[in-house]
Design a protein around this ligand. Structure first.
Ligand code: FEO
Length: 404
């Protein structure tokens, strides 16, 4: 098997997870990869590991390049399970290796393993590790996206090992951005970036801006960004940084997403009338039925658009469960800069639309009120009400979007 050289004796030794479709509850229709890297020099170093089920594959990749026993240093950029749960397997082969991680990572790693006998050195921003001619510079990135997280930068080769940041959940035989674009498309790659950002990094926009600012202030030249998932950015690493800055700044398309679910098609009919109103106002409208769509995809569509309308039937006086799940998931992602409205049908006392608005206020998002409610089934007069609601919402979205 041919080794994958990222740059100048830096090798990808990770694993491709073609089959994963449920990544801790997040739908991954394209699968993913667990990237880790071997850096050859006088004292070989490994950057991160892989999810435990893929440890054998990683070790096979290592053996194709060196005897794993010769690994002297293991850099642990992030201790989440998909990157650190093979550490024990590597240490069985290279028991004398020193591990480098942040103080917070050291506190956390002992919850995953019995670390007795492990040689752990904590590092902080600005610390360096020389492994021969090559030097690692460490940069702490707390809450990007875990408390323990850090970046490692290979100074001589200008390679940034960015753990989850700049990643994508893509399983492909293409290891690099240019190869993936050639065999798929740039639109497909952009969609994967957006999906990953929306579902994992949405809460951390201000931190992302700050951390990218710090990296820029350090004047680090970056030829390659090597994340722990998906393709490695070598063609134009500045492009993914710009994309991140745009997203962190709240960039959205001036369009509308309608996320709904339905019991007996009444809320669904409302969604269709509303979508016509949005379209006639001149904005693009995407309609997402929750029971037919993974919640992570609905989140991506929410994040893409400047405005979202949430269609929710009332069930037993409270919101329909799939919408409640969507709202809970969304709340954790701490969305910003998106206008939201609500609509839905009811049969008894109603209540769902009111609760959706309460959730929107709790998230501190601007609300478009009042929403539209329909008793049992939409009649001819409701068709017009829904259409006008969609049209009016889209007009407000255009106005709101002007401030960005
Ligand atoms: Fe890919 Fe935060 O783990």
């Amino acid at each position: 098997m041919k080794a994958v050289e990222v740059k100048n004796r830096i090798y990808w030794v990770g694993a491709i997870d073609w089959a994963v479709r449920d990544f801790h509850g997040y739908e991954t229709p394209r699968g993913t990869t667990y990237n880790n890297y071997l850096v050859l020099d006088d004292e070989p170093a490994l950057v991160d590991t892989v999810k435990y089920d893929f440890a054998d594959l990683m070790i096979k990749n290592l053996r194709g390049i060196i005897d794993p026993a010769s690994i002297r240093h293991i850099i642990v950029n992030h201790i989440e399970n998909d990157h650190a749960t093979s550490l024990d397997r590597v240490l069985q082969l290279a028991p004398a290796a020193t591990l480098y991680m942040t103080e917070r990572a050291k506190k956390g790693i002992g919850r995953f393993f019995d670390v007795t006998g492990w040689n752990i050195k904590t590092v902080k921003t600005g610390d360096r590790l020389k492994i021969g001619k090559k030097t690692f510079l460490f940069l702490e990135t707390p809450m990007l996206h875990w408390p323990d997280s850090m970046f490692s930068y290979m100074e001589e080769d200008r390679v940034l090992f960015s753990q989850d940041a700049f990643g994508q959940h893509i399983a492909s035989s293409a290891r690099f951005d240019d190869d993936y674009i050639a065999c798929e498309s740039i639109a497909e790659l952009n969609d994967a970036v957006l999906d990953y950002y929306a579902n994992i990094l949405m809460p951390f926009g201000p931190l992302i801006e700050k951390k990218i600012g710090e990296v820029q202030a350090l004047g680090l030249d970056i030829d390659v960004i090597a994340p722990d998932h998906g393709v490695i950015w070598r063609q134009d690493p500045g492009r993914i940084v710009r994309l991140y800055l745009d997203m962190a700044g709240g960039k959205a398309t001036c369009s509308v997403t309608v996320v709904y679910d339905t019991m007996w098609h009444s809320t669904e009919q409302m969604a269709q009338f509303i979508a016509r109103g949005v379209e006639d106002s001149g904005l693009e409208c995407r309609v997402v039925k929750l029971r037919a769509t993974p919640v992570s995809v609905a989140i991506k569509e929410f994040w893409k658009a400047r405005g979202t309308l949430i269609g929710c039937p009332t069930l037993n006086n409270i919101p329909f469960p799939t919408i409640a799940q969507f709202l809970t998931y969304l709340r954790g992602l701490r969305p910003k800069n998106r206008l939201v409205g609500a609509f839905g049908s009811f049969g008894w006392g109603g209540g769902a639309v009111k609760e959706v608005y309460a959730a929107v206020r709790q998230m501190d998002l601007p609300a478009y009120e009042p929403g539209v409610e329909v008793l049992y089934r939409p009649g001819p007069e409701d068709e017009q009400r829904c259409y006008d609601f969609g049209y009016g919402f889209a007009s407000k979205v255009k106005e709101y979007d002007r401030q960005f």
